[in-house]
Design a protein around this ligand. Structure first.
Ligand code: GLN
Length: 473
């Protein structure tokens, strides 16, 4: 689609295309965008129309998640504490997009500091699911997914700490990829839990995701965890088929707690992959039941440390009088952070405190290693792993927000992948009524090529990705 769009823009008008998108966003009920860079983007498009430039995504408009730094455009992580913050620099991924000719449309909504599964904790209000406005779009990159599914942007970037790209991709019926840890630079991504998170694309098709990965992946010396990989190419071999591919089906990812329509859609998808030349076998990831506990201890511990910087002096909101430091610090943080962020700072600080560190944080790190080893053992037997992305389709807005545990539980199939640092993609594989269902394909470290190839083969022989919500073009 993006390749086609690029050609259309060359023969047509980028300005016209972009104006239509902005018109749509301005009239939209989705609340997918937190701000649009209308003037700049239209100027850019006009220049492109006059004298088109070259690049992998020349002239293509893109929406960027609210936690990825964009020079001159507000970047708040959908938190009151960062309201009004305009970064003086671009994140590495944004630099790469610009170098390849993209036009930055604006910023997309998210759960506050990416803590959530539903995009309901944003200070800009919830984003709605284009398939059913009463449902959540998933989270935390819900704005990025709703924008693509709703036809408000041809592609977007999100970030995935424990499923935040794959969950909204699944709930909105689009493609979302979480890359191998270290493949995409985190320079300029506002940190929530740095040992877990990666930036990833959200698009209408697998090919578009492969293309965006070619743009954003690669070494960056400003991120000390960035892998020494200069350039990746996924497109040349994307359509080579999956004859002989061995797929593992983890028995712990099916059964109790999984909606039966989701389970059925995923088994149907596995049958299709088999028809396409792959084989499958049951595998076991025995430590799966400890993944959520380990993830939330690690994520909250890192969050409590990362968010300590918002003290109103060095970073963040400046309100109230200049009382003593403790009063100012606590007033700013009480007013600036929402309830979910506060909960996580409290729990994370507790888990890291002297006396408890060994009991919680250290133990979680040990479990993390066991989970990673589970995957590495399975990858001795199979090439990729298939599972549901989420145990259920999108739920109603308001249904779970007051029950944080039920929200955390929904992440059961996505967080193990972040703990292990693996790549995983979510692609549409069915519907429950009008609500999309996502298939998750997981690869070994840096095996993005394999999961993309399998996803492409599946997409080519199905039409789920072609169904669009009403009103989306
Ligand atoms: N739902 C998970 C959390 O709240 C994952 C969020 C994310 O990937 N940013 O931590």
């Amino acid at each position: 689609m993006l390749q086609q769009l690029k050609e259309n823009l060359l023969s047509g008008s980028a300005e016209e295309y972009l104006s239509k998108l902005f018109e749509k966003i301005e009239k939209s009920d989705l609340n997918a965008f937190t701000s649009i860079a209308k003037k700049n983007a239209l100027n850019h498009a006009r220049e492109f129309d006059k004298k088109p430039w070259k690049g992998l995504i020349a002239g293509v408009p893109i929406g960027i998640k609210e936690c990825i730094s964009t020079q001159g455009i507000q970047t708040t992580c959908s938190s009151r504490i960062l309201r009004g913050y305009i970064p003086p620099f671009d994140a590495h991924v944004v630099e790469r997009l610009k170098q390849e000719g993209a036009i930055i449309m604006g910023k997309t909504n998210m759960d506050e500091f990416a803590m959530g599964t539903s995009t309901e904790t944003s200070c800009f209000g919830p984003t709605r699911n284009p398939w059913d406005l009463n449902c959540v779009p998933g989270g935390s990159s819900g704005g990025s997914a709703a924008a693509v599914a709703g036809g408000e942007a041809p592609c977007t970037l999100g970030s995935d700490t424990g499923g935040s790209v794959r969950c909204p991709a699944s709930f909105c019926g689009i493609v979302g990829l979480k890359p191998t840890y270290g493949l995409v630079s985190r320079f300029g991504l506002v940190a929530y839990a740095n040992s877990l998170e990666q930036i990833g694309p959200l698009t209408n098709t697998v090919e578009d995701t492969a293309l965006l990965m070619e743009v954003i992946a690669g070494h960056d010396r400003r991120d000390s965890t960035s892998a020494l990989i200069e350039k990746v190419r996924y497109l040349p071999e994307l359509k080579m088929g999956i004859t002989g591919l061995r797929i593992g089906i983890p028995k712990e990812y099916f059964g109790s707690g999984v909606d039966h329509k989701v389970e059925r859609a995923v088994w149907d998808a596995i049958a299709i992959l088999e028809d396409l030349g792959a084989s499958w076998q049951e595998v076991s990831l025995p430590h799966t039941s400890y993944a959520l506990a380990a993830y939330y201890v690690i994520a909250m511990s890192e969050a409590s440390s990362n968010l300590a910087r918002y003290d109103g002096l060095r970073y963040g909101l400046r309100i109230g009088h200049d009382e003593d430091w403790h009063t100012t610090f606590s007033e700013i943080r009480s007013k600036g952070f929402g309830p979910e962020v506060k909960r996580r700072i409290l729990l994370g600080t507790y888990a890291l405190s002297a006396g408890y560190y060994g009991r919680y944080y250290l133990k979680a790190l040990k479990v993390r290693t066991l989970i990673k080893n589970d995957f590495l053992n399975v990858f001795k037997l199979v090439d990729i792993i298939a599972s549901p992305t989420m145990p259920m389709p999108a739920f109603k807005i308001g249904e779970r927000i007051n029950d944080p545990l039920s929200l955390y539980m929904a992440d059961i199939f996505t967080v193990p992948i972040n703990l292990a640092g693996l790549p995983a993609i979510s692609i549409p594989c069915g519907f429950d009524g009008n609500l999309p269902i996502g298939l998750q394909l997981i690869g070994n470290h840096f095996a993005e090529d394999l999961i993309l190839k399998a996803a492409q083969a599946f997409e080519e022989s199905t039409s789920y990705h072609l169904r669009r919500p009403e009103g989306a073009v």
